[in-house]
Design a protein around this ligand. Structure first.
Ligand code: ATP
Length: 371
C-alpha cells in the first residue's frame, strides 16, 4: 500500500456510468471517486466489467450513459489522445524493432519534442523504473520483467495525471509478479501520480492498493481499503471473493443493540456476533467467518462466552504456510473450514481425520450479512 501523497481531493469522478453492448451491461450505473495520488484497484472476476471501465477512463470506449470527470474536467468530448491519462496494456505493446530508448521516447516524438530532449526525458523515465543505461538495447534483449518496466517508463514519460494499468503483471511468472508488486508501489510513491490498476488477482489488489473497488456483473459491490474489505465485507460476494470464508445461512433471531443472534440449521447453538449495523429480526442472514479466526481444540474452550460447537475432522488440506481442516458439525449440514498456521515443520498434525474437535470463535470474529 502506498497512502503517501494521497489527499482527499478527487482526481477522477465517475457518475452513473454504464456501457451496454446490445443486451449485455458490461458496466452498470457505476459511481466512483478516486483521490489524487491514490493507488486504486478495480478488482473482480473475469467479465465483471473492469477493463471496460478502464477503457472508458482512457477514452477508448464511449459510455452509453453517465459522466467521467478527470481533474475537474468533463471528458465526454475529450478524445483519448487529449486526456491527462496514459495506459499500460496487458501485453506491454512495446515496439520490437525499436530500441528501448526510442520506445520510451516515442510518445514525445509524436508530440513533436526534439530528439535530444525526448531522449533525455526517456533516460529519466528509464532511471525511474531502474533501467538506466538500457536505452540502446532492443526489447528482445530484455527479460519479461524488464520489458514490463519499459512499458511503464513509456507511459510515465509524458507525466500523465493518471496512469491506467490493465492487468500489468499478468504476463510475469509468480515470483517476479510478487517482486513487481512492491516495485509498482514504490514507483507510484516516487512519482506521485494516481494509479488505477485492473486486476482479477485479490492478492495483487490487497498488497498494492490504498483502496479497492470490487466489481461483479458490471456493478461496484464495495469500495474500501484492503483491511476493511477483508474484515467488514458488505456482501456475500465480497466476503467470498476476498480471501477464504465460511458462509453459513441462518435466520436472525435478534438483530439490534450492537449484537446479532443468528439461528443456523445444523449449528446447535445460536451464533452471537457483535456488530454495529443490526439486521431485521426474522430476516435471512449469512454468517461470514474467516477460517483463521476459528479456534480448534481437543478440549472445550475455557471461555464460555465463545460460540462453541463440536464436529468431526473430515478433510485436511496442506497449503504450505497453513493447513485447512474441514470440520463437519454434528448435524450434517455445515462444513466449517479452519486454518492453522504451520508454525513448526509439520511432522505430526495436532488433529487428524475422524477426530472429534471443538470449534469456537469470539463474537467479534465474524460478521452477519444480509445480502
Ligand atoms: P477480464 O478480466 O476477463 O478481462 P473484465 O472484468 O475486464 O474481464 P470486460 O472485458 O470489461 O470484463 O467485459 C465485461 C463484459 O462485457 C463481458 O461480458 C464481455 O463479454 C462484454 N464485452 C466487452 N467488450 C465487448 C465488446 N466489444 N462487444 C460485446 N461485448 C463486450
Amino acid at each position: 500500500m502506498s497512502a503517501i501523497g494521497t489527499d482527499d481531493t478527487p482526481i477522477i469522478e465517475i457518475s452513473g456510468l454504464s456501457k451496454r453492448y446490445g443486451p449485455i451491461s458490461a458496466v452498470d450505473s457505476v459511481d466512483l471517486t478516486i483521490r489524487r495520488g491514490e493507488f486504486f484497484a478495480l478488482l473482480g472476476p473475469s467479465g465483471c466489467g473492469k477493463t471496460t471501465l478502464l477503457r472508458m477512463l482512457a477514452g477508448l470506449e464511449l459510455p452509453t450513459e453517465g459522466t467521467i470527470r478527470i481533474d475537474g474536467q468533463d471528458m465526454s468530448m475529450v478524445p483519448a489522445n487529449r486526456r491527462p491519462v496514459n495506459m499500460v496494456f496487458q501485453s506491454y505493446a512495446v515496439f520490437p524493432h525499436m530500441s528501448v530508448r526510442d520506445n520510451v521516447a516515442y510518445g514525445l516524438r509524436v508530440d513533436g519534442v526534439p530528439k535530444s530532449d525526448a531522449w533525455e526525458q526517456a533516460e529519466e523515465a528509464l532511471n525511474l523504473v531502474k533501467l538506466g543505461g538500457y536505452g540502446p538495447r532492443r526489447p528482445d534483449q530484455l527479460s519479461g520483467g524488464q520489458r514490463q518496466r519499459v512499458a511503464l517508463a513509456r507511459a510515465l514519460v509524458k507525466r500523465p495525471k493518471v496512469l491506467l494499468l490493465d492487468e500489468p503483471l499478468s504476463a510475469l511468472d509468480a515470483k517476479l509478479r510478487e517482486q513487481m508488486r512492491l516495485e509498482l508501489v514504490n514507483l507510484q510513491e516516487s512519482v506521485g501520480i494516481t494509479f488505477v490498476v485492473v486486476t482479477h488477482d485479490q492478492g495483487e489488489a490487497l498488497s498494492m492498493a490504498d483502496r479497492i473497488a470490487v466489481m461483479d456483473h458490471g456493478r461496484v459491490q464495495q469500495t474500501a481499503p484492503p483491511a476493511e474489505l477483508y474484515e467488514f465485507p458488505q456482501t456475500k460476494f465480497v466476503a467470498d471473493f476476498i480471501g477464504s470464508v465460511n458462509l453459513i445461512e441462518g435466520r436472525v433471531q435478534a438483530g439490534g443493540n450492537g449484537q446479532v443472534r443468528l439461528l443456523a440449521p445444523g449449528v446447535p447453538v445460536p451464533v452471537e456476533i457483535e456488530q454495529e449495523n443490526g439486521l431485521p429480526e426474522g430476516s435471512t442472514g449469512w454468517l461470514a467467518l474467516r477460517p483463521e479466526k476459528v479456534d480448534i481444540s481437543n478440549d472445550p474452550p475455557a471461555d464460555a462466552a465463545r460460540n462453541t460447537v463440536m464436529g468431526t475432522v473430515e478433510e485436511i488440506t496442506y497449503l504450505g504456510e497453513v493447513s485447512i481442516f474441514h470440520v463437519r458439525l454434528d448435524d450434517e449440514h455445515p462444513l466449517i473450514k479452519v486454518a492453522i498456521a504451520n508454525v513448526d515443520r509439520v511432522t505430526r498434525r495436532p488433529f487428524t481425520w475422524g477426530d472429534r474437535v471443538h470449534l469456537s470463535w469470539t463474537p467479534t470474529c465474524g460478521i452477519v450479512l444480509s445480502q
